[in-house]
Design a protein. Structure first.
Length: 125
């Protein structure tokens, strides 16, 4: 390989590698960007940036600020790293996850996965 080809290959290799491993944050819910991955149990949404949440408990109130993970299970169960356990569903207007005191909505968005075994059809609102 000539020096010119080697030089350009070394210049563009890191950029091409970063594109290949970059996550797509194609979902917006609760005014935050989320990336979607899937596994045999369902869907996994990860927040792009740390999310700050106020937890009201009188004198013991607190604030958390961390990247969050939202799990949407095949059996319509939901789990969130900060909000706990809940349920989720989808309709023509998008999908949402509901917890005891909070709801994260993804309006006008369709949850899709490349894996044929993952289907949201049973979790209708």
């Amino acid at each position: 390989m000539s020096f010119s080809k080697w030089f350009w290959a070394m210049c563009f290799a890191p950029a091409i590698a970063s594109i290949a491993i970059a996550e797509d944050y194609n979902y917006v819910g609760d005014n935050h960007s989320w990336s979607l991955t899937c596994n045999d149990s369902g869907f996994v949404l990860r927040s792009q940036y740390p999310v700050s949440r106020f937890h009201s408990a009188g004198a013991a109130s607190s604030v958390t600020s961390e990247k969050e993970i939202l799990y949407l299970g095949n059996s319509c169960d939901a789990s969130h790293t900060v909000l706990g356990d809940g349920k989720w569903c989808w309709a023509n207007g998008g999908f949402s996850a509901e917890f005891e005191h909070f709801r994260i909505g993804f309006p006008r968005q369709e949850i899709l996965c490349q894996q044929a075994s993952i289907a949201a059809s049973d979790c209708r609102c």
